[in-house]
Design a protein around this ligand. Structure first.
Ligand SMILES: [Fe+2]
Ligand SMILES: [Fe+2]
Length: 169
């Protein structure tokens, strides 16, 4: 091998192991987004009541954003020579975002969304750390997605604060 050959970074054969590790992390991120799409569609339709409208609209918008994230993670898996997993590999994790007993229980949904966004923030922060100096393209993409999730979390924290202030949470 020519020692003076320019580096292809994450595409270098010497970086095969790192590339496979990143693909693994991206696969988990992909499933997190897909499950969030499912949970947010359900919540954006299920909730009842005058006060639920704002939350429902916000979640309906987020569905599109989370789907966009899933597509970005999938495309990056492909670029890194991975394979986007099939549906049989899916395992649900969002026990906290199952429909509440009462569909007017907005606080249950708000808390569930905050938990889902927190989980995404933690996993994407890990991807940013693990790709540092290894795969700047995946890192850059994930930072932008992480920014979106921080915005989602902050918005729903604000919703929760309102309910707490009024003694309803
Ligand atoms: Fe997302
Ligand atoms: Fe999100």
């Amino acid at each position: 091998m020519d020692a003076s050959a320019p580096s292809k970074g994450i595409f270098d054969s010497a970086n095969r192991e790192a590339r496979e590790r990143v693909v693994g992390l991206l696969g988990k991120a992909y499933w997190m987004e897909i499950e969030t799409v499912m949970s947010y569609i359900a919540a954006s339709v299920n909730l009842d009541g005058v006060r639920a409208q704002e939350i429902k609209e916000s979640l309906a918008e987020d569905v599109e954003e989370e789907l966009g994230h899933a597509k970005q993670f999938a495309a990056r898996i492909k670029e890194l020579y991975g394979v986007v997993p099939g549906s049989e590999d899916f395992a649900a994790e969002q026990s906290f975002l199952q429909p509440p007993e009462e569909q007017t229980d907005i606080v249950h949904v708000i808390r569930g969304v905050i938990k889902a966004e927190t989980g995404a923030i933690e996993h994407y922060t890990r991807i940013v750390e693990e790709t540092d100096g290894v795969d700047p393209v995946t890192q850059d993409m994930t930072i932008a997605i992480l920014h979106d999730e921080q915005g989602h979390r902050r918005l729903f924290e604000g919703f929760l604060r309102e309910y707490e202030f009024e003694g309803m949470a």
